[in-house]
Write a protein that binds this ligand. Sequence first.
Ligand SMILES: [Zn+2]
Length: 193
Amino acid sequence: MVCAQVQTPLVASGKTHEIAEHVYVIPDQRINVIPNIGIIVGRDGVLVVDTGMGPRNAETVLDEVKKITSKRIAYLTITHFHPEHGMGAQAFPASTTIIYPTAQKTELLEKGAAMSNQFSGVSTGIADLLKPVKIRMPNVTFSEEAEVDLGDFPVRLLHWGSSHTRGDEFVFLPKQSSIWRGRGGEPIFPHHG
Ligand SMILES: [Zn+2]
């Protein structure tokens, strides 16, 4: 496989928009290894879905949240353990509860460092994003399903077994009839083939 010049995966600033009631997305810009990041704003706080790769990108996410609401980020959830989805968790406030499937935590512990090294080998831009990463563990894990209460509507976090990874998560918003899945824009890596 030939690796052409790889664009450094920087989360977009100023492109966040509402896709359903109380649900916003920071779009992936169709750039490899940038996820579509979710910002779900409830009465009592915010749930963020995925961090972007490394603390620099996570800081952009935090700035985008502040443009939408002054409410605190009560929860962070991560759709799978790959670096562009969760390896910015350290930038979130200490008071933010990090919650995702137990299988994802296990997979992060087993394969997170190796995956980070693999990604860092793709480009210096990616290596620079990942160099300052300190793995932050979740506060809460669940085996199959959990419900997050943001005050005025429920958010269900679902783990239905292995698909893209062993710890994949779906985020389901029954009131908005929306579902979030975390895979996207990352076909350049062999493990996604
Ligand atoms: Zn992935």
